[in-house]
Design a protein around this ligand. Structure first.
Ligand SMILES: *Cc1c(COP(=O)(O)O)cnc(C)c1O
Length: 496
């Protein structure tokens, strides 16, 4: 039986005459509204008491699942626990109540934090410069690709229009290159989950802008030929873009700048514990090598007046020589992203960051080992921070989606599914370093039980979830026919 609850909307709870507000007596003269037409009678505002509104939204909030509720192994997304000290620091009044248009002399604390974060990200990644502006990873990619294009253009090298992107890549990579009118050449993966070197070599010529590579890639595999890959791309005059979404696996161990990457975005909301999943705010700083330093977006935070023994330096804004310009209003997501990430890095320090990477990799390998033999693991070697299993069994019509939905009955957030595209019925599992062994064991046990259920009671999976407030959704219909308001104005025609 489906346990679907029909939740009344706030409009259905409304009753004429109820109210939750007490307006103070006006302290200005009252006037008539200029025109009756400004009052739209077809906008029915709900009428409820405060207690009704509080209960309605509190009830709805309990339908949510979050990393504060339980395990959230959403591969590629790095849903690690968000330490609560981040919430304290980003609400410090000195950060909270500043405005980006204040004179720099009055916001030195904010600027020092941004400057140090730029420096720390440089040190962590091995890059020569960092911008904090981009609003998310995809925005960072676009920023990086703009700089790559500007670099070639400045050298008068105008025939470069091709971006090489492995078939395991996240969809934002081809989208970022496509937005600049570049053509995308897909490079296949070899049987060990590396970039296929022969295919790469064949695609390298003097029309290549560069390559966008995620390493470790979305299969959770560190490319075993990374040095050759970089050499081939640079050999034909291209630049290496690093998609840094998986930096969690490398912290304190490998620096992408040292591997020869020219540019890379960081996802502060993945690697550096800024909360995400509810739509933002993300933060996607971008690091660059010496070659691209002059092209960074402006402004960057810099020292505008050197200090000495007695005087603190003055921090302000600087503009790189060939800057691609501004990528974001003001200075990026300061409180929501930068202060939280700064706190996280400060709390961990260099050794702590290295621990993060090592535990993330250990946890993923532990889970992979527990599930090996029960689920097919198509690229089966030591993984990094995540791995991809197939959500299908010989002789069964159970699919990855059924397994993902059934996991909800076991009170786990499903892993990412159907990505990367090169694995059939993909289940992409990223436990992160913040989970203990008990949680990993419970999760593995659930997946092992589900594999058994797939054989004995497949319909239990086909119809899952059974214990959530809402049952199996029609996700395609939900995306295609999205209804965001719960009433429609009279005469509204959905065909238009
Ligand atoms: C998350 C992710 C992105 C995009 O980052 P957003 O911050 O979501 O825009 C790009 N590539 C990979 C591999 C990712 O996992």
């Amino acid at each position: 039986m489906m346990a679907t609850i029909v939740e009344p909307t706030i409009f259905e709870l409304s009753s004429p005459g109820r109210t939750g507000v007490t307006m103070p007596p006006p302290d200005v003269p009252t006037v008539d509204l200029p025109s009756k037409d400004l009052l739209r009678s077809e906008l029915p505002l709900p009428e409820l008491a405060e207690v009704d509104v509080v209960r309605h939204y509190t009830r709805l909030s309990k339908f949510n699942y979050s990393v504060d509720d339980g395990f959230y192994p959403l591969g590629s997304c790095t849903m690690k626990y968000n330490p609560k000290i981040n919430e304290d620091t980003c609400r410090l009044p000195g950060y909270l109540f500043t405005h980006p248009l204040q004179p720099i002399e009055t916001v030195q604390g904010n600027l020092v934090l941004m400057y140090e974060l730029q420096e720390w990200l440089k040190e962590i990644s091995g890059f020569a410069g960092v911008t904090l502006q981009p609003a998310a990873g995809a925005h960072g990619e676009f920023t990086g690709v703009l700089m790559m294009a500007a670099y070639h253009k400045q050298r008068g090298d105008t025939k470069r229009t091709k971006m090489l992107i492995p078939d395991a890549a996240h969809g934002t990579n081809p989208a970022s290159a496509g937005m600049l009118g570049m053509s995308v050449v897909s490079i296949p993966s070899d049987e060990r989950g590396n970039v296929d070197l022969k295919a790469l070599e064949a695609a390298c010529d003097d029309t290549v802008v560069g390559m966008m590579l995620t390493n470790p890639n979305t299969l959770g595999m560190f490319d075993e030929h990374i040095e050759q890959v970089v050499k081939l791309v640079k050999g034909c005059g291209g630049l290496m873009y690093g998609d840094g979404a998986n930096l969690n696996a490398l912290l304190g161990i490998v620096r992408p700048g040292d591997l020869g990457f020219d540019v890379m975005h960081f996802n502060l909301h993945k690697t550096f514990s800024v909360p995400h999943g509810g739509g933002g705010p993300g933060s996607g700083p971008v690091g660059v090598s010496e070659r691209l330093l002059d092209f960074l977006p402006s402004p960057l935070v810099g020292i505008v007046e050197e200090g000495d023994d007695d005087i603190e330096p003055l921090y302000g804004f600087v503009t790189p020589k060939h800057s691609i310009g501004r990528m974001k209003a003001f200075h990026g997501h300061f409180g929501g992203g930068l202060v939280r990430a700064y706190t996280y890095i400060a709390m961990h320090g260099p050794d702590g960051l290295k621990d993060i990477a090592q535990y993330a990799v250990l946890n993923a390998n532990y889970l992979q080992a527990k599930l090996r033999g029960i689920y097919t693991i198509p690229f089966d070697r030591i993984c990094m921070h995540e791995f991809v299993a197939e959500g299908r069994f010989e002789g069964s019509d159970v699919r990855a989606l059924d397994i993902a939905k059934r996991l909800m009955d076991y009170k786990f957030h499903p892993p990412t599914n159907y990505f990367p595209l090169i694995v059939h019925e993909a289940l992409m599992i990223e436990p992160t370093e913040t989970e203990n062994k008990d949680t990993l064991d419970r999760f593995a046990d659930a997946l092992i039980k589900i594999a058994e259920e797939a054989k004995t009671q497949p319909d239990l999976l086909h119809n899952a979830p059974h214990t959530t407030p809402f049952g199996r959704m029609d996700e395609v219909k939900a995306a295609r026919e999205l209804v965001l308001c719960c009433w429609l104005p009279e005469g509204y025609d959905s065909e238009k």
